[in-house]
Ligand binder design. Structure first.
Ligand code: F6P
Length: 361
């Protein structure tokens, strides 16, 4: 192999630049050149590239986001055409453009949607290796995924700030976290910041149980209550709160707003002043933690090694602290929290954290 390409797609996160640098440096050391594909599958289809070498990637590992740009809408086999208002399959066209510039293999960094497209590209004849990243931590290929730890730290930092104002005003604070249908980010950030109540998408909550717990905590003399809620959490018998539908996106739903609904209900039912905060994209921003820098570098190196040693068709990840590989899954299934058996759920429950369940009423 003489030339490979690297691409980041899906929602950005911290640690991506470290993975890019690792791929570039590993490949260059072995005499292989690397081309960056700009803006995820947009650059793949349009043929928009950037030549990468050691000078270009110098010190990028300490920066957040991705130097290659990203997009979480485009899917190469279901690519939106504005002119016709229709979706088209552009996989072969993207592969052909890369072949024309001598690219023989691709490292694709992304979440489950991105890596599902990587599988399709691989099946169409372009050797590919995937690297899992997402603040949602919802991929079975890696525990954790790149970006998860930095997002936890960003959310914990924000919740700690909310605690000082909640304490001063004797308020209930409902904090909404990202994560789509997976509750990892809310559980880890909520627990680490001392949230009293954690509401997850994997288990619908009882409004009555939440209000009872709020009243109990405020009556106990504590001056504030922190509720960490996942953006896709919902009340038993209720619906998910959708903020918007992104029409030209493969995954069209964007969650948001459940914290505002819950805050109004709590204030009305308990009489305690309640405020909602949606942490939003703050959770994806900022510089990576050292653990995400190291994770990005390890997975970038492993992916590059597989590709250049002619072993494509895998996603690399971490399991039990070790780098492992698994074949591209045939379908995209988000990894959800196993609330009953998850060790941190049990720890939190045993330490008195409420999950808003009827048996706590
Ligand atoms: O998958 C990453 C993620 O940040 C989710 O947690 C969140 O629901 C979504 O992306 C937000 O997407 P957008 O950047 O399009 O608002």
């Amino acid at each position: 192999m003489e030339k490979i390409a690297i691409m980041t797609a899906g929602g950005d996160c911290a640690g991506l630049n470290s993975a890019i640098k690792s791929v570039v440096m590993t490949a260059n050391t072995k005499g292989i050149s690397v081309v960056g594909i700009m803006d995820g599958y947009i650059g793949f289809v349009e043929g928009n590239y950037l030549f990468l070498d050691s000078k270009v990637v110098r010190s990028i590992e300490t920066k957040g986001g991705t130097m290659l740009g990203s997009s979480n809408k485009e899917c190469p086999f279901h690519y939106y055409n504005k002119q016709t208002d229709k979706f088209e399959d552009r996989v072969d066209e993207g592969i052909e453009k890369l072949r024309q510039i001598g690219v023989e293999g691709m490292v694709i960094i992304g979440g489950d949607g991105t890596l599902d497209s990587a599988r399709v590209i691989y099946e169409h004849g372009m050797p590919c290796v995937g690297i899992p990243k997402t603040i949602d931590n919802d991929m079975s290929a890696s525990e954790p995924t790149i970006g998860f730890q930095t997002a936890i730290d960003a959310a914990v930092d924000a919740i700690r700030k909310l605690i000082t104002t909640a304490y001063s005003h004797r308020r209930v604070m409902v904090v909404e976290l990202m994560g789509r249908t997976s509750g990892y980010l809310t559980l880890y950030a909520g627990f680490a910041s001392g949230a009293d109540i954690i509401l997850l998408p994997e288990q619908d909550y009882s409004l009555k149980a939440v209000c009872k717990k709020v009243t109990e905590i405020m009556n106990s003399g504590k001056r504030y209550v922190i509720i960490a809620i996942s953006e896709a959490a919902k009340e038993k018998g209720g619906e998910e709160t959708i903020a918007k539908i992104v029409k030209d996106s493969f995954e069209q739903k964007r969650y948001g707003g459940v914290s505002q609904i819950l805050a109004a209900q709590i204030e009305q039912m308990t009489g305690y002043e309640t405020r909602a905060t949606i942490l939003g994209h703050i959770q994806r921003g900022g510089e990576p933690t050292t653990s995400d820098i190291i994770l990005g570098a390890r997975l970038g190196n492993a992916a590059c090694e597989l590709l250049i040693n002619d072993k494509p068709g895998y996603i690399v990840g971490i399991k039990g602290g070790e780098v492992v590989k698994m074949e591209f899954p045939k379908e995209r299934v988000p990894r959800l929290l196993d609330i009953k058996n998850d060790d941190l759920c049990r720890t939190a429950r045993d330490m008195g954290v409420s999950f808003g369940q009827e048996d706590e009423e």
